[in-house]
Write a protein that binds this ligand. Structure first.
Ligand code: FEO
Ligand code: CA
Ligand code: CA
Length: 722
């Protein structure tokens, strides 16, 4: 269901007939304080069509964080900086500012390591060497991978692999740093709370993570069908921490996303893990993955939501299993006094779902730290969207009927839809990929989700939570277009970014729901959806939804961005958003819009949009529904985080993976590329674009190594950002 601007205004509560929706005055939004940064493509925010061809015939991409005139940024911390007894990790993503009178904390997620650039820069940044070349040579004849778990402890290759895997896992996880503001500048003020929770916390230091909820019954089960790490409820580490959220009681929730890169994802029918050999250690020119393998980490202990109280120096994190195990992108918490707690989170994969946890008990005091206990008992639901803008929540419990999503309901990849389901051979466990409706329907020989999983009542529930994505497909929960961030506004409405509508090896989105401006599928460029619970009740089992922003080229009705990812709401109700286009597509040359008589795919047209960028989308007033560019990232990076201080004067941004594909920019190398662009009214013209090759950010001088880093953006006059 894609909507017109008029429908958008009605849904957002504006009076469509009375709102002035003409172009903006000059190039500035009437209601925003900043002059938009200039992107490589013309936008419908004041660029007149007649000038566009001339203005945009050339464009120079800059290897820096570009912010509006009158704004500045400064680096708070970069990869390798000291944090507690460890270091600031790699690929910072989620950022939360937890403000208090005497001190404030920044909690930061470190998502993954970009293999090529991490290996290139590790020795100099961290100041020690690792045996990358030796291990690569040893694995070359095995396709770059090995089940290191099976090697004897004293095997020299195993020891080399463990050394590399440990360092990679240390660069992932969560960090807490304390900060204070002096004369408008933010400074680190290290305190006892400064600490790292890494991918190996607990392995050697006893700092295990804890777990709550029904899946604990599976961790503690004695005779598991699959692999047993012998640790019961204790958990080693957290990794692939992508986005997250803050709770009204001052803790943060950190989302474990693509955990399948380090440990096996599918599980046995009792919820126990597959053998570590199912995700071997991998080392190639571009990848250092399967890092859970040498240590025998149990796959079912990753893919959870981790709660941490930054102010409590002893807190190394708790995985709340009632929130489900899947590729958690982010989380949004809605706490209303006298109502159950609602916690929303999406699973970022092609065909992933949107989930809601509803607590068993009601919120008594919204800001009370005891609310963490509400995350320990309740129910997990998956969203079913109807194409008429209504929807309902489906409980993921043993009583729910098996009624699978059908391959014919999702966007096809090379002519066929694909759905992943629990393997009907329950002795073997794991999953199957089905492309024929009949194969999905055959799963109905299991009447309920409880029939698919093995154990007593609580163990079945635990297994369903562990296998949440595949159980949700079996229950008919709607397949979506890679749900990324979720955020709620002060009226309790939920906003969800869907980053990409293309199908792939994990599945595809529902083809009635995730369509382009003309109803077409696949649609790559993304959407932002608004979801309102019926009666605004956090515990409601029904809701209404609508797409309120569409990615894509302005000439086709898009807002000029591609692949929305993280979201943040400011105190004026403006929605802030950052993009995450795949690095390989950044500034990709487009010499023609057709190739061999076919239209170039939307995926390959993403070069048009330049580097990843940050945007502000007003949701009310005269600029309602427009998207205004606020910042452009350095080369080959993704902008993440988006955390605003409560006074709205500071924006914390994580600059993730600069130089991800090109590595260090050598001697200020630059290349001129041709891109066939379009004006906002659809006329083609060619742009000569200068593109730096690789990155030297944040140092910005020749031969500086690219490093992920956390920055703060402020206005030079100290006023509110927007
Ligand atoms: Fe880690 Fe879905 O972004
Ligand atoms: Ca993300
Ligand atoms: Ca991302």
């Amino acid at each position: 269901m894609t909507i017109t601007r008029r429908q958008f205004l009605v849904f957002m509560g504006g009076a469509a007939g009375t709102v002035a929706c003409s172009s903006l005055v000059g190039k500035r939004a009437k209601t925003l304080a900043f002059q938009p940064v200039q992107l490589p493509l013309p936008l419908n925010i004041g660029d007149t069509a007649s000038d566009q061809m001339q203005v945009y015939s050339t464009y120079e991409v800059i290897d820096d964080l570009v912010v509006p005139e009158g704004y500045r940024y400064s680096v708070i911390s970069a990869w390798g900086d000291s944090v507690g007894d460890s270091r600031f990790g790699y690929n910072n993503d989620f950022v939360a500012l937890i403000e208090a009178e005497m001190m404030s904390f920044l909690a930061v997620n470190f998502e993954y390591i970009s293999g090529k650039t991490w290996m290139q820069t590790y020795p100099e940044v961290i100041g020690q060497s690792l045996p990358f070349a030796e291990v690569k040579t040893a694995l070359a004849s095995r396709g770059g991978e090995i089940n290191a778990f099976a090697l004897p402890k004293n095997n020299p290759l195993k020891q080399q692999i463990e050394a590399i895997a440990k360092e990679g896992l240390i660069d992932q996880g969560i960090g807490v740093i304390s900060v204070s503001k002096n004369n408008d500048s933010w400074e680190r003020t290290p305190l006892a709370q400064d600490r790292r929770i890494t991918g190996i916390s607990g392995l050697e230091d006893g700092r295990y993570l804890q777990a709550t909820g029904a899946a604990v019954a599976i961790f503690e089960k004695v005779d598991k069908l699959g692999y047993d790490d012998q640790l019961q409820v204790r958990i080693i580490g957290t990794f692939q921490n992508c986005a997250g959220g803050t709770t009204p009681w001052g803790t943060i929730l950190s989302a474990e996303e693509n955990f399948q890169a380090q440990v096996p994802e599918p599980v046995m029918a009792d919820g126990s893990s597959m053998d570590p050999s199912q995700q071997p250690f991998v080392l190639t020119d571009k990848k250092v993955d399967g890092r859970g393998n040498p240590f025998g980490l149990a796959g079912n202990k990753y893919g959870w939501m981790v709660e941490v109280d930054p102010a409590n120096a002893q807190d190394y994190g708790t995985k709340h299993t009632w929130l489900g195990r899947y590729r958690h992108e982010a989380v949004a918490v809605r706490a209303v006094k006298g109502k159950p707690l609602a916690v929303y989170s999406g699973c970022d994969r092609r065909g992933g779902h949107l989930y809601k946890f509803v607590s068993q008990d009601n919120v008594y005091k919204v800001a009370d730290k005891a609310n963490s206990g509400l995350l320990e008992q309740g129910m997990l639901y998956g969203a079913k969207l109807n194409s008429d803008g209504t929807g309902q929540w489906i409980a993921l419990n043993p009583d729910t009927a098996v009624d699978p999503v059908l391959p014919s309901q999702v966007v096809e990849d090379e002519g066929q839809g694909l759905v992943t389901l629990p393997n009907p051979d329950r002795q073997a466990g794991g999953i199957v990929k089905v492309t024929q409706d009949a194969d999905a329907i055959a799963l109905k020989k299991f009447k309920t989700l409880g029939d698919l999983y093995i154990g007593n009542a609580i163990e079945k529930q635990g297994a369903i939570l562990i296998d949440a994505h595949f159980a949700a497909n079996a229950a008919g929960v709607t397949c979506m277009a890679r749900p990324e961030d979720t955020t709620v506004n002060d009226q309790g409405a939920l906003f969800v970014a869907f980053t990409s509508g293309s199908p792939g090896g994990d599945g595809g989105p529902d083809k009635q729901i995730f369509t382009g401006p003309e109803g077409e599928t696949p649609y790559e460029y993304g959407w932002i959806m608004k979801l309102e619970e019926d009666k605004r009740d956090p515990g409601s089992m029904t809701f209404r939804w609508a797409m309120i922003a569409l990615g894509g080229e302005p000439a086709d009705g898009g807002l000029g961005f591609s692949n929305p990812d993280n979201l943040e709401m400011d105190s004026n109700g403006n929605l802030w958003m950052v993009t995450d286009m795949s690095t390989s597509k950044h500034n990709q040359e487009i010499p023609s819009r057709t190739e061999d008589g076919e239209q170039v795919s939307q995926s390959n047209l993403r070069g048009l949009f330049g580097n990843n960028s940050a945007w502000v989308i007003p949701l009310s007033g005269p600029d309602s529904g427009k998207a205004v560019p606020f910042a452009i990232g350095p080369m080959e990076c993704e902008l993440c985080g988006l955390s605003l201080s409560s006074d709205q004067k500071s924006l914390f941004l994580a600059i993730q993976h600069p130089g991800e594909t090109g590595g260090m920019r050598q001697d200020m190398a630059v290349e001129t590329r041709q891109l066939v662009m379009r004006t906002t009214d659809g006329q083609e013209f060619t742009q000569q674009r200068q593109v730096p090759l690789g990155s030297n950010w944040p140092g910005k001088t020749a031969q500086d190594l690219p490093k992920p880093a956390l920055v703060v953006v402020q206005r030079e006059d100290g006023q509110n950002l927007a």
